[in-house]
Design a binder for this molecule. Structure first.
Ligand code: ADP
Ligand code: MG
Length: 482
């Protein structure tokens, strides 16, 4: 792309004009122009749905010597842009401006703090400052939350029961039961959905809810430092009745932000305000997180969300199909549930795709149509079930026992546990019959095998550690099968 050279575009000034530009009408106009040029260029680089969903409603709001601030309508969009589109945006901006520029994404209207560098108006503003907007309480802007993410639309299952119950309890008695609540789990498993559900519930009761990703918290913190607006920052965060911080793991390693967050946390906690955090890992496993934060996160309740079982995936799809208001045959739902196993977002995405395809063809949804619609996806490797010997080997390796010990008579606890896990996986994943499993595992009776399978099944529901073990072993099996 040729850098545009046009005198009208003040973002092309050769000499940086310093951060003061930030606050001037000039800076705003330049930001708006630069971003519209970037949007035009980006339109050619992303698909239309992406453009429509994430870019159309964004606007350039401020431009300093090295950073363009872009406002978007919601947290979702800023989060997504940050995560997915940042490199493309940076490249585009550099090409347009002819120099490297950083970009920050913020939710429109949330940045209510006046930049410190802004020149004071020489004469009193034409609008009388009658309504005392300076009071920190007036600066509160409720977060924009996804309408769909409510408790009602959340499907409860064995994989998320504790997290779901904790969030509901916290909404009933904010700050009183479990504080903080720390929810962790993989991508697309409903963490953000639960945070928004809590937000909706308390907003409806007139409480102050603050929802940010840890990246936004960091951005706010950096802005606060740059602009010397610590009072505003603290007034804002410490006024929350409910503070929801999504993906707290991204705060790790950022010492200044962690320090500030530590004080925010303590202040809110001391005043009995509810704090809920999500992460991809339990606190101890987030590398770069300060120990004192880890210990605080462990004060309250830690709940994990696991990938959904086959049953749960089907239940979610049924619910979503009903919400689409369209008849989707059971076998189609089963087909989708079987393809996508560990991410609810992708599960939904597949159903939407089938739905869209049917609309396009103006045809009823059938298994054949679903296969066609999803067949266009980059071929999802159809995993074959693991072979019995692969299961034995993976289990033995994981628990550090010899495969022969699994078939042996040893009753040592570690070996016995590994053996029961092997029974469970041979049945669930390799699809062997109880009698066959007994034969492989040292001529054991099928009732012994059934007992072992049941035990793992039951323990699994109560014990996150065991679920993690199963997930790890299954991941190893999936690698072996692909
Ligand atoms: P995470 O924050 O864990 O990555 P999200 O909360 O963004 O995941 O969820 C991804 C998508 O899956 C969202 O559209 C959400 O509504 C949906 N989803 C996840 N879990 C459930 C559930 N248990 N019931 C209904 N929808 C769910
Ligand atoms: Mg999320």
């Amino acid at each position: 792309m040729q850098p545009l050279r046009d005198e009208r575009f003040s973002w092309q000034t050769e000499e940086p004009r310093g951060a003061a530009l930030d606050a001037t009408a000039d800076g705003q106009a330049a930001a708006a122009q630069l971003w519209s040029a970037a949007l035009a260029a980006l339109q050619g680089q992303v698909t239309r749905p992406i453009y429509e969903t994430y870019l159309r409603e964004t606007a350039g709001v401020r431009l300093s010597s090295d950073t363009l601030a872009v406002a978007a309508p919601s947290d979702f969009i800023t989060e997504w842009l940050n995560r997915k589109l940042r490199p493309v945006v940076l490249r585009t901006l550099a090409e347009l401006a002819g120099r490297p520029l950083d970009v920050t994404f913020e939710v429109a209207g949330v940045r209510s703090v006046a930049p410190a560098g802004a020149p004071e108006p020489a004469t009193p503003a034409p609008h009388p400052p009658a309504e005392q907007v300076a009071a920190p309480s007036a600066a509160y802007v409720p977060p924009r939350l996804n309408e769909r993410y409510t408790f009602e639309t959340f499907v409860e299952g064995d994989n998320n029961r504790l997290a779901f119950a904790a969030c509901q309890a916290a909404v009933e008695h904010p700050g009183e039961r479990y504080n903080p609540i720390f929810i962790y789990g993989g991508v697309g498993l409903g963490k953000t959905h639960l945070l928004h559900a809590m937000g909706h519930a308390l907003l409806a009761r007139g409480m102050r809810v603050i929802y940010v990703t840890s990246e936004q918290f960091t951005n706010d913190f950096v802005t606060m430092i740059r602009e010397g607006a610590s009072d505003e920052f603290r007034a804002r965060y410490r006024s929350a009745d409910l503070l929801l911080i999504d993906d707290i793991q991204f705060i790790a390693g950022k010492e200044g932000t962690m320090e500030e967050f530590f004080h925010t946390f303590n202040d809110l906690h001391a005043h009995g305000r509810q704090i809920v955090l999500t992460s991809d890992q339990p606190p101890k496993k987030v590398t770069g997180l300060q120990d004192r934060l880890i210990s605080r996160f462990e004060w309250g309740l830690i709940a994990d969300i696991q990938p959904p079982s086959a049953e749960m995936r089907l239940a979610i799809l049924q619910r979503k199909a009903r919400a689409l208001g369209r008849y989707v045959p059971e076998e189609v739902l089963a087909f989708i549930a079987d393809r996508i196993r560990d991410n609810v977002r992708e599960l939904e995405g597949s159903l939407n795709r089938v739905h869209a395809y049917a609309e396009l063809l103006d045809a009823p949804i059938t298994l054949e149509l679903a296969q066609k619609a999803l067949g266009e996806l980059p071929a999802a490797p159809r995993r074959r079930p693991p072979l019995p010997e692969e299961v034995l080997e993976a289990v033995a390796l994981y628990y550090q026992v010899r495969p022969a010990q699994l078939a042996g008579k040893g009753r040592e606890q570690r070996v016995a546990h590994a053996r029961q896990v092997a029974m469970y996986l041979l049945r669930e994943d390799a699809g062997l019959a109880l009698v066959e499993i007994g034969r492989i595992l040292g001529k054991r009776d099928h009732t012994t095998v059934l007992y072992g399978c049941k035990k793992v099944e039951e323990q699994r529901l109560l014990d996150a550690g065991l679920r993690a073990q199963l997930a790890d072993i299954r991941a190893a099996l999936a690698r072996a099968a692909s």
